[in-house]
Design a protein around this ligand. Structure first.
Ligand SMILES: NC(=O)c1ccc[n+]([C@@H]2O[C@H](COP(=O)([O-])OP(=O)(O)OC[C@H]3O[C@@H](n4cnc5c(N)ncnc54)[C@H](O)[C@@H]3O)[C@@H](O)[C@H]2O)c1
Length: 380
């Protein structure tokens, strides 16, 4: 039993990610982790798996997961890494691979990634390269991981030259998103993950954005029904995009709404506590709407509607809070050029024609971007 045992158990929602013989199902529900053994057992050749998790999750929820697996006769070992982005490193990857081998992971075994996006990216990449590829499943424990990083198969670690520059696309065999786990997530992390939920409305589903305007507070209060609807709708949106464009040659790039600016802000602020990923995405999304308005791509007032919602839910929407940490407009543009999303040296922006109508635009003159960034930096 977890400490969330007061929450009503109800049937999970499922979302299928259709990728031919690499298809898998996302199971979303309160306390769905209690069914982990039943859900994972069909994926195993023998009743054994290794869980990769971080020290925070190990303390809070690892015993519940291991009990759920044991209930289906599955023995499990655990590899525990330190929490935080710094674990997405060569050194940690090497240690983890050695630990998985020492734990006896064979080619036909399954690795369970149990944690936020850091654990999913690290464990998924280790699985991709261990013995030339072993299967893995995701049990995401942050809102960001449940709606974004656990779905779609992008795995990897960071390089000294930038985030996520070393990695592989390796699809999980299943995703188990237990909404009850989010109750122990620090509120700031929950809000940051909410920025990715809003992103799905902003990029392709105006109706979902309107729903979030009504129910966003309930989502952040972990109201079971609202949270389930928000996570399932987000996963459905991501699954459809990934199924259509697994390797990001086309529409998967829309998922980067807010990320071209966001990644630059994270880099400029040192990937630290001053600005966490989802907060950078909230600012970046707001900037993408303001740039779209400035270029005449979307009607005036659209950006204000977006920022009003993000602000109401406690997310930052402009550079005011991090201004002292940032370079000038030219400096910011230089950082943006380093992003791996830049193609042939040309910056691609995800812009909008309105809420729910994102598209990719290249060829925006540099002076226009510098002018825009200077205005953003001056904003109070
Ligand atoms: N692969 C992808 O497609 C993709 C997409 C988006 C982001 N990412 C990556 O995801 C990472 C960020 O992931 P994140 O925001 O989940 O951060 P995270 O994994 O660092 O988790 C945030 C913090 O919350 C703690 N935590 C996690 N679950 C908890 C729970 N249920 N209760 C209490 N504490 C809990 C963790 O220990 C950690 O301290 C970044 O490295 C980013 O690059 C990957």
């Amino acid at each position: 039993m977890t400490e969330n045992s007061e929450a009503p158990a109800e049937p999970p929602a499922t979302v299928d990610v259709a990728l031919g013989n690499r298809s898998y199902t996302i199971h979303i529900g309160h306390r769905v982790m209690e069914q982990a053994g039943t859900l994972v057992r069909p994926l195993l050749k023998r009743p054994f798996c290794v869980i990769v998790t971080d020290a925070n999750l190990a303390e809070l929820h690892l015993s519940s997961l291991q009990a759920a697996l044991a209930g289906s006769g599955i023995k499990s070992a655990a590899a525990i890494v330190p929490p935080g982005e710094t674990s997405k490193s060569y050194a940690r990857l090497a240690d983890l691979c050695e630990e998985l081998l020492a734990a006896g992971v064979e080619r036909s075994d399954l690795v369970l990634a149990f944690g936020g996006g850091v654990i999913g990216d690290l464990a998924g990449f280790a699985a991709a390269i261990l013995r030339r590829g072993v299967a893995y499943a995701q049990i995401p424990t942050t809102l960001l991981a449940q709606v974004d990083s656990s779905v779609g198969g992008k795995t990897g670690i960071n390089s000294a030259l930038g985030k996520n520059l070393i990695g592989a696309i390796h699809q999980p065999r299943a995703v188990i998103a237990d909404l009850a786990l989010l109750r122990t997530l620090p509120p700031r992390e929950l809000r940051a993950g909410y920025a990715e939920v809003v992103k799905y409305g902003l990029l392709g589903d105006a109706g979902f954005f309107a729903w979030l305007e009504q129910h966003g507070r309930a989502v952040l209060a972990c109201d079971p029904q609202s949270l389930k609807h928000a996570v399932a709708t987000s996963c459905r949106a991501k699954a459809a995009i990934v199924a259509a464009d697994e390797t990001e040659t086309g529409q998967r790039a829309l998922l980067n709404l807010g990320h071209t600016f966001g990644h630059a802000l994270e880099a400029a602020t040192g990937y630290g506590d001053r600005l966490i990923h989802g907060e950078a995405v909230a600012i970046g999304s707001s900037m993408a709407f303001r740039l779209s308005e400035r270029l005449g791509r979307c009607p005036p007032g659209t950006a204000a509607r977006v920022t009003a919602h993000l602000t109401a839910l406690g997310l930052p929407t402009n550079l005011a809070g991090i201004r002292p940490l940032l370079p000038d407009a030219k400096g910011l543009l230089a950082i943006m050029r380093h992003d791996k999303k830049a193609r042939a040296g040309e910056l691609a922006f995800v812009l909008v024609r309105g809420i729910g109508e994102a598209y990719v635009e290249t060829g925006i003159p540099e002076e226009a971007i510098i002018g825009f960034l200077a205005e953003e930096l001056a904003m109070q």
